[in-house]
Design a protein around this ligand. Structure first.
Ligand SMILES: [Zn+2]
Length: 124
């Protein structure tokens, strides 16, 4: 017999909701979907709601309403952090191995290269 992984064994992003007497766990497709779900939960929150959490598929708790506060504020920060990481990784790779060198803030060597490329293309 072949072993087929069940839904329970598959890792996914989760929204965890804690109430006075119970705890709910809901699998969602992405962090974005989790954020929407948390907003819905808080919009209709009963008094017994204690805490909402967003847990990634790697089991990292990225959002905890008692620690991170308002979901909208957290979402804004998270979007900014994501954009920063993406732009740093994808748009610039320092030729001089300078770890602090990113597209928005080039190291002196890269700034020099950029100037040479931009200003001297007419010369040989
Ligand atoms: Zn550089």
């Amino acid at each position: 017999m072949t072993h087929v992984p069940t839904v329970e064994e598959r890792r996914s992003t989760k929204v965890i909701t804690l109430y006075d007497q119970r705890r709910e766990r809901e699998d969602v497709r992405s962090i974005g979907a989790a954020v929407r779900r948390v907003k819905e939960i808080h919009a209709n929150a009963p008094d017994s709601l204690l805490c909402t959490k967003i847990v990634t598929k790697d089991d990292d708790i990225v959002y905890d309403s008692t620690r991170n506060g308002d979901i909208q504020t957290w979402e804004n920060e998270w979007e900014r952090a994501k954009t920063r990481l993406t732009s740093t990784r994808e748009t610039h790779n320092c030729n001089y191995g300078n770890g602090g060198c990113v597209a928005d803030d080039l190291c002196p060597d890269c700034q020099f290269d950029k100037q040479m490329r931009g200003d001297n293309h007419a010369t040989e």
